[in-house]
Design a protein around this ligand. Structure first.
Ligand code: FAD
Ligand code: SF4
Ligand code: SF4
Length: 478
């Protein structure tokens, strides 16, 4: 092992610099700046090159982290990039938005006594550098195959599968109802976490590799699943989950109460230069408003920070559990607090006040009770603890469920779980319909980009095996 490594004893952890709050509040550029080569090398050299690297074990893609850290520490950046991109189709995206504290970095063994290696920031640095220096080349195959695949959904799951299958030589067609590629990476996740040119340059690369994108094409409406099955040798469903969980109660139908994804999509589209009808003065813009966001997950965090950047008069986040029990990233809570967001913990909405348009949220304090069967503490309202928050815009960020896909696709034979997610054989990734595979959120329920990439890669392998086997059977039958 080189003397360059194991520096964690001498070198403290350094995360990439954060832009000052005064600048962050004014635009949608990323919060974190990029490492320079020196910082990336020094931080990589803190790795102790574990024999059993728990960082890799807890990375959904089993990234070969110690190897690319060592190569980075040695300044062998192109090789480091090759190793990192061998297991991940979009390392620069994961480096930016994976919840590293729960995955790789949270399981870095030096974390106990010393702070973890900053794996995500190095991963991002490597691929950004690779793009700058022209090392990222379109994944064109060496040999073309005659067979074609149809992929429904251009989110990370669909795109990872498309990339893998194209590299194997298949004719790959991706269908998406949106006008841009990226799924939630383009219209859900805001630019301050993932700047849009990062997604757009991947789109350009994939198109250059020969993947054909059919945008503005909703399967189940413009084209049926049956037509796709007839057109292609195998089909992948990677349509994500989009049905927002709703909230009832008195006043829930007032104007000014909006679903989180409508709000974030309008903001992302406006940032991309699209003409979003009524955005400047409309219900989906927080400028000058008192904003209350309901929820405690990543989507809620994205809404509060978007509202700050739109120039909201005040931003409050109402969550029924406490800071320690929220599902969203604590790093993002800290960033939002720095930017002036107020978190109202242990509080739940009971009613929405207003005459036609919302003017306030009546809420009640909650306390945490005993753990339920899942181990999570139950929440109970505290009697007589009502209070009111004034609000001109209320954003509902309570999570997402799958749409009724068998209905939308007109395929009763498409089996779903009791949660409405697609049922697949977990070895073959095939749904109940022969030759139709599924991956990403539509199988897992709302999850993470890195898991969608993992599923897309695994499904691609299984689709390849299925097509090859079907071709062999067809030739034998001739
Ligand atoms: P999606 O990304 O949802 O893509 C599905 C695609 O299918 C979409 O483009 C959609 O238009 C298309 N589609 C759907 N139905 C049809 C149809 N009938 N015909 C044609 N096309 C169709 N994850 C992280 O790892 N880190 C984060 O910081 C993070 N932040 C998030 C913030 C928000 C606001 C949200 C909502 C999610 C966030 N996630 C984050 C989760 C992550 O974005 C998803 O887990 C991931 O995008 C799922 O990938 P997917 O490919 O399964 O689906
Ligand atoms: Fe960590 Fe995500 Fe990168 Fe894996 S893909 S090493 S979990 S940042
Ligand atoms: Fe290096 Fe930490 Fe991974 Fe060990 S767990 S190989 S120290 S990054």
């Amino acid at each position: 092992m080189t003397e360059r490594m194991l520096q964690f004893v001498h070198l403290p952890q350094q995360t990439p610099e954060k832009r000052p709050v005064s600048l962050r509040r004014e635009d949608f550029d990323e919060i974190y700046r990029r490492f320079d080569q020196d910082a990336a090398a020094r931080q990589s050299s803190r790795c102790s090159q574990c024999g059993v690297p728990f960082c890799s074990v807890h990375c959904p893609l089993s990234n070969n982290i110690p190897d690319w850290l060592k190569l980075t520490a040695e300044g062998r950046l192109e090789e480091a990039y090759e190793v990192s991109s061998a297991t991940n189709n979009f390392p620069e995206i994961c480096g930016r938005i994976c919840p590293q504290d729960r995955l790789c970095e949270g399981n870095c063994v030096i974390e106990k006594g010393f702070e973890s290696v900053t794996i995500g920031a190095v991963e991002r640095y490597l691929t950004d550098t690779a793009f700058d220096r022209g090392w990222v080349r379109p994944g064109r195959p060496l040999h073309e195959r005659p067979q074609s695949v149809g992929i429904i959904g251009a989110g990370p799951g669909g795109l990872a599968a498309a990339d893998q299958l194209r590299r194997k030589g298949y004719q790959v067609h991706v269908y998406d109802r949106y006008d841009r590629v990226g799924g939630l990476m383009i219209y859900g996740i805001p630019g301050f976490k993932l700047e849009k040119p990062i997604v757009l340059r991947r789109w350009a690369q994939l198109a250059e590799a020969g993947i054909v994108f059919h945008l503005d094409t909703e399967i189940g409406r413009e084209v049926t699943l049956g037509q796709l099955r007839a057109r292609h040798d195998a089909v992948l469903i990677a349509t994500g989950v989009y049905k927002p969980r709703d909230i009832g109660g008195p006043g829930a139908g007032l104007a000014g109460i909006v679903p989180a994804l409508d709000y974030l999509t309008a903001s992302n589209r406006a940032g991309l230069g699209d003409d979003v009808p009524g955005f400047e003065s409309g219900a989906l813009n927080a400028a000058g408003k008192r904003v209350v966001v309901i929820g405690g997950g990543d989507t809620a965090m994205d809404c509060v920070s978007t509202a700050v950047r739109q120039g909201a008069a005040s931003v409050q986040c109402l969550y029924r559990r406490d800071r320690a029990n929220m599902p969203g990233s604590l790093r993002e809570v800290k960033n939002a607090e720095e930017e002036g967001v107020e978190f109202v913990w242990l509080s739940a909405p009971e009613a929405f006040l207003g005459d036609g348009t919302v003017s306030g949220v009546r809420a009640v304090r909650m306390h945490l009770g005993l753990p339920d069967a899942s181990g999570r503490q139950s929440v109970e309202p505290v009697e007589g603890s009502h209070f009111t928050l004034r609000a001109d815009l209320v954003i509902k960020a309570l999570g997402f469920d799958p749409e009724d896909l068998p209905l939308a696709f007109g395929e009763k034979g498409l089996e779903v779980s009791r949660w409405g997610t697609l049922s697949i054989d977990h070895r073959s990734f095939m749904t109940s319909l022969p030759g139709v595979f599924a991956a990403g959120d539509i199988v897992r329920g709302a999850s993470l980009v890195v898991w969608a990439i993992r599923d897309g890669r695994d499904a691609a392998e299984q689709m390849h095996a299925y097509i090859q086997q079907s071709s062999t059977v067809a030739v034998a039958a001739e």
